[in-house]
Design a protein around this ligand. Structure first.
Ligand code: ADP
Ligand code: MG
Length: 238
């Protein structure tokens, strides 16, 4: 696990200013949830942490190292998306092994890592199936498996549950939290669902229009919202 420091980060797409001097200090092993309405800049910030989007101004540090110029594959992070797009022509085992194969990891390490991830996620009996033979929840677990095998220092989640039905969403929330407690990896989790934020976060970062409105523990935001936007957002149903 590793700390993640976001220092006065700005993002422009051309002349459009989408992040305005955003700063967040995330501790080793912390589970931080970025929450806010659609278009407020959550995915852009996450993609900048992952190295998939250039930082216009400011710095991002992972484990105390400035990573602005570090390519994604050297950042020790793994990302789980909403559209987790498993490779349809590959089995569960091959899906999970793929990034390690690309990195030319030895087969013994690949087997060990895939076996461990499958055990953690309860996928052992499904390793030889294809994605089309899996339920939505199982597919989401495979997507997490692909992230776990890389032994990342930091997990990034971008609305990983928003394609699942309500019941499964509640179950997967618990699973992700259990996974986090077990691996103790730093996690940054993006959602527009305030219930998800309130139930999963050590701390919540409330964003609006490229700005941070408040950072705090769930109860803190609930009891002492910094402004009407936070109060309205935390208080309203998903
Ligand atoms: P969120 O994830 O909170 O819904 P995003 O980070 O996806 O928000 O988007 C923030 C803003 O940046 C939006 O106004 C969006 O239209 C804009 N944006 C995102 N990606 C690009 C891009 N590649 N080019 C231009 N504008 C973009
Ligand atoms: Mg988004």
């Amino acid at each position: 696990m590793a700390s993640v420091e976001i220092r006065s980060v700005d993002k422009y797409f051309g002349s459009v200013h989408v992040l305005h001097g955003v700063s967040i200090d995330i501790r080793d092993g912390e589970f931080v949830v970025l929450v806010g309405p659609s278009g407020c800049g959550k995915s852009t910030l996450l993609r900048m942490i992952a190295g998939l989007e250039e930082i216009t101004k400011g710095e991002i540090l992972i484990g105390g190292r400035v990573v602005n110029q570090v390519p994604p594959k050297d950042r020790d992070i793994a990302m789980v998306f909403q559209n987790y797009a498993l490779y349809p022509h590959m089995t569960v085992r091959q899906n999970m092994a793929f990034s390690l194969k690309l990195a030319k990891a030895p087969q013994s390490m690949i087997d060990e890592r895939v076996g461990r991830a499958a055990a953690i996620l309860g996928l052992e009996s499904l390793l030889d199936r294809y994605p089309r033979q899996l339920s939505g929840g199982q597919r989401q677990r495979v997507a997490m498996g692909r992230a776990i095998v890389r032994n990342p220092q930091v997990f990034l989640f971008d609305e990983p549950l928003s394609n699942l039905d309500a019941k499964l969403r509640v179950q997967m929330r618990t699973e992700i939290k259990e996974l986090h407690q077990r691996l103790k990896t730093t996690a940054i989790y993006v959602t527009h669902d305030q219930i998800e934020a309130m139930t999963m976060a050590d701390r919540i970062v409330v964003m609006q229009g490229g700005n941070i409105e408040q950072i705090g523990a769930p109860l803190e935001l609930y009891d002492r919202p910094a402004n009407l936007f936070v109060a309205g957002f935390i208080g309203s149903p998903a």
